[in-house]
Design a protein. Sequence first.
Length: 357
Amino acid sequence: MGVLSALSRVWTGRAEERESDRRARRSGEPWPTVEAAGFVAEAGASGLFESVEAVEVEAGDGGRSPRLVDVHLDAAGRSFIVMLVDGGDHSRIVCDGYVFDWVPSCLAMEFLTTVVSGQAEVAFSRSGRHVRLGVPLADEGTWRESRSFRGDLEPWELDAMGRTWNRTLERSAADLRERLQRHPTEGHWTQLAYWDPLPTARALTATMGNGRWEERSRLNVPGPFYAGETDGGLNGPHRLPEHVLSGDEHHGFVHRQPVNPRELAGLVRIAEDEPAGGYAWDGDEHWTPEAVREWWAGRDAVRAWIAGELGGDRNEPAALRRYAAHLDDGLEDYLRGYLFWLIERREPRLGEELPEL
């Protein structure tokens, strides 16, 4: 407590170093001043905090030396200290181990509300040595600070990390779908009972990864693409669940092979972004007609896995149901076309006689 109070005596000059922050982005006007008593009253009336206590650190002299007040607040397992310059426009906010040196005092309540309501972002630095807290404030940007990580994460940080990860995945999935719009779904492939996607895939990327055939999931649908060992199996299931799910060993697997360039581009992007590089495109070199028929004959085990997985949280229930529906309608036709490809090594036209499964 003494160290933090001492800090509040020396930080006020930092505001002069932040000329770019001297005006609000929302209005373009200078930051308004805030009285400490008014902030304490607002915090107490908000209902967000279990306790609010104001401690005068320096009385001030009414002239060159301002009055400094530390406001201690507790909420939902989090402790805050807002270090105010009474009648000033800036404050320091301490949130557990995070110290935000310069926050406009008029935004302090919005800042605290964002953290308490779970809208703050928490993530590890790339080195893993620090934990970063980001507090987004509407139209004013995001305030970011970090603390050293020593294997100590508070429950609220773990919760915030989960929400941050989910928001990141949602943004990434939306970005991927926007990018995929540039790839067509209509073309000559719609006149084929099986379309060989590899020439198009090789035009998009030099490699799909280093996935090993013997590490693929039993759930992976026969076809040129599969996944071996992937990093947790979250990349594909969250961003492209219509083609990739998370399997028994928490690794991804391809449950629906791409049948047009747009679907192919999505799978290629997932493979490129896979940290473990576990995807591959050499399935044609391993699948045989006998192996495809054996996989199809054992599809009841796949249905049982889907039924058991519906109560879990690794895969979207809607994606699992789509996989089950594809087993019942569509996959048989695809696999018969794929059998033709494996046997004849050419793409069958619609209407051509296809091998039976």
